[in-house]
Write a protein that binds this ligand. Structure first.
Ligand SMILES: C[S@@+](CC[C@H](N)C(=O)[O-])C[C@H]1O[C@@H](n2cnc3c(N)ncnc32)[C@H](O)[C@@H]1O
Length: 241
């Protein structure tokens, strides 16, 4: 029965869009395998909705991979609340120079992440860390990071409280927020400042490659020039004050 369900899910998988070759390049095959894993094993275990197969690329893989343009070569990136691996796994696939830590508290999701990382051949530079971002053990395991990212985890005010303490001085948060990014930033600007975040802006990733582009709230941890204090490499940075 499980095999039949998987075959049905596989047959409803969204066709690979042209933007996938642009973003994943040589990693298109492992990206295709990851899409299939999400839509079959991931859906079976309730990690993504059964209806997601038909938009697995447009809504999940491309949206995640587009964010990879932000990170400086050779950086370490912590993905908080990775769930079934978004955005961390697509970022790892399209940027072989990066080391990625996937932070996730829920056992079922950690099991899937561990299996997916092994199957996709990423285990040498992608770690799965079980716990919540605010746990002391997680802070010691992944802290002092130049970059922390998160997608669909919590409202901006809560996210900055959880994620800013994981950064090295001058490190940056890249919070994937979609169409609500500018409004959320306007609403929580003072909470960002109180938590120790400075220079928040909305950066539009994937411009000219994915449609619509991916708005990301980028901000810096106060306290020194740090390892990642340069402006993000993404195009279309837009100050929202
Ligand atoms: C809605 S899911 C999003 C998963 C994934 N980022 C995505 O875009 O599909 C939110 C995830 O955040 C995790 N999460 C919630 N609070 C967290 C915390 N304080 N620290 C780390 N992860 C957390 C949940 O377990 C869940 O897997």
């Amino acid at each position: 029965v499980a095999d039949a369900a998987q075959a049905t899910q596989r047959s409803s998988l969204e066709a690979v869009p042209p933007a996938a070759s642009v973003l994943f390049g040589a990693a298109l095959e492992p990206a295709r395998r990851y899409a299939e894993l999400l839509a079959t094993v991931g859906a079976e275990r309730g990690l993504i909705g059964p209806a997601e197969a038909v938009r697995i690329w447009s809504r999940h893989l491309l949206n995640s991979a587009a964010v990879a343009e932000l990170f400086a070569p050779g950086s370490r990136v912590v993905d908080v609340g990775s769930g079934a691996g978004l955005p961390g796994v697509p970022i790892a696939l399209c940027r072989p120079d990066l080391a990625i830590d996937l932070v996730e508290p829920l056992a079922r999701r950690v099991t899937f992440l561990t299996e997916a990382v092994a199957e996709l051949g990423l285990a040498d530079r992608v770690r799965v860390v079980r716990g919540r971002a605010e746990d002391d053990a997680v802070r010691s395991a992944v802290g002092d990071a130049p970059w922390v990212t998160a997608r669909a985890v919590a409202p901006l005010d809560r996210l900055v409280r959880w994620c800013l303490p994981l950064l090295a001085p001058g490190g940056r948060l890249a919070l994937v927020k979609g169409a609500s990014a500018a409004a959320e930033l306007a609403r929580h600007r003072s909470a960002v400042r109180r938590a120790g975040g400075i220079d928040p802006e909305v950066v539009h990733c994937g411009q000219g490659v994915v449609e619509p582009d991916v708005p990301v709230v980028v901000l810096r941890s106060a306290g020194g020039s740090g390892p990642a204090s340069r402006r993000p490499a993404g195009r279309g940075g837009e100050e929202v004050r």
